[in-house]
Design a binder for this molecule. Structure first.
Ligand code: SF4
Length: 372
């Protein structure tokens, strides 16, 4: 029988003091040295928190350094072209995060003199600031007693207080946030939130948690009741989608035709070789003809590249397309298109799948030789 929220909160209240002390002490001794823990700059902390969403720490570290080298302040980010921001983000995935960072930086300059506001309510008015990001920035950068719940925190709290329910369960989520709010009240809220996340990342891991080394094993109800392996229940993976694209490789005189997608949706704002989605069994030649009209000459398929993204399987089918040099207006899904010198394509923000496909069919060296 699942425990009620009242029971859980009563437990959390009575365990609160000892749990906070044990966790903060453990964090002081065991926290990993990470670049964003060496700064007090709210902007840098914000960037790190956005990058860490759905992404492993090791993968984030080089991107974090490069991003701050390129855009060292809110103002620098706000005045940059979105294309340049996406280019620095290239390979980190979930590009909407980069678009939101850029949009929020512009709002910060317009409304907050280029500074991050210090309340959760104001932070939440900014693009990309959900409850988690606002809680993380408020607590870590400004020392506000703001709770946060991410996957790691949810797992730790579910086990500590035997909170049942599937990861998508709204009642479970509300209980988790209430427990997190109750526990974070006190000194060092930013460290406390980070300690919970760190415990989830390094000790209270999804499989084989190191309960023997855990600083809070004493009050842990899941450990006491032999339920560590069943809490939390695994998230049901959403059915995978397949996205197949007919992609046009057009190049002439060392230049490649690239188009920039409209800013919303998958790969929004990124540059790519012009492409159209294909329904199962659809004719790619007909799709490309729709994109370019009768003036195009389309050659035989030259590459099929498959990529596994987080929630979908991407298939790029490349065809050479010969076009007249003068371009008409771009198709409606694109903001612009242009001939780009092959040597300069890497400076644009392209998705890594498109970039790999281009590298494979038209390595930069090949065009250099031809252009001479
Ligand atoms: S005792 Fe085990 S299950 Fe409980 S919080 Fe610690 S690591 Fe997680």
């Amino acid at each position: 029988m699942p425990r009620s929220q009242d029971e859980i909160l009563a437990d959390a209240r009575s365990a609160r003091r000892a749990l906070r002390e044990a966790l903060l002490e453990w964090f002081d001794r065991n926290q990993r040295e990470l670049p964003w823990r060496e700064t007090k700059d709210p902007y840098a902390i914000w960037v790190s928190e956005v990058m860490l969403q759905q992404t492993q720490v090791d993968r984030v570290i080089p991107y974090y350094a490069r991003f701050l080298d390129t855009f060292p302040t809110v103002k620098a980010l706000a005045s940059a072209d979105l294309t340049d921001v996406l280019s620095v983000w290239r390979g980190l995935g979930y590009y909407s995060r980069a678009r939101n960072l850029h949009a929020a930086a512009s709002e910060l300059v317009l409304k907050f003199k280029g500074r991050l506001p210090e309340t959760v309510e104001e932070l939440r008015t900014l693009p990309g600031f959900g409850r988690y990001t606002a809680g993380a920035v408020a607590s870590i950068a400004f020392g506000i007693e703001a709770p946060l719940v991410d996957g790691n925190v949810a797992r730790v709290l579910s086990r500590l207080f035997e909170i049942d329910g599937a990861p998508s369960d709204k009642a479970r989520e509300a209980t988790l946030w209430s427990v997190a709010e109750l526990l974070v009240a006190g000194s060092r809220p930013g460290d406390f939130n980070q300690a919970l996340m760190e415990l989830g990342a390094t000790v209270c891991t999804p499989a084989n948690p190191s309960c023997l080394l855990c600083p809070v094993r004493k009050p842990c109800r899941a450990l006491a009741h032999g339920r560590v392996d069943e809490l939390p229940p695994p998230r049901k993976a959403p059915p995978r989608k397949r996205l197949e694209l007919a992609v046009a490789l057009s190049h002439r005189d060392g230049n490649v035709l690239l188009a920039r997608r409209a800013e919303k949706g998958l790969f929004g704002g990124l540059w790519e070789m012009p492409a159209l989605p294909l329904e199962p069994g659809a004719n790619p030649y007909a799709a490309l003809r729709k994109l370019f009209g009768k003036r195009a000459t389309i050659g035989p398929e030259m590459l099929v590249l498959e990529r596994t993204l987080t929630h979908r399987d991407l298939v790029l089918r490349l065809f050479p397309v010969a076009l007249p040099p003068r371009l008409k207006l771009p198709p409606e899904q694109y903001l612009e298109w242009k001939w780009v010198p092959r040597d300069e394509t890497k400076q644009l923000g392209m998705s890594s799948a498109m970039e790999s496909a281009l590298d494979e069919v038209l390595p930069p060296e090949a065009t250099r030789v031809k252009a001479r």
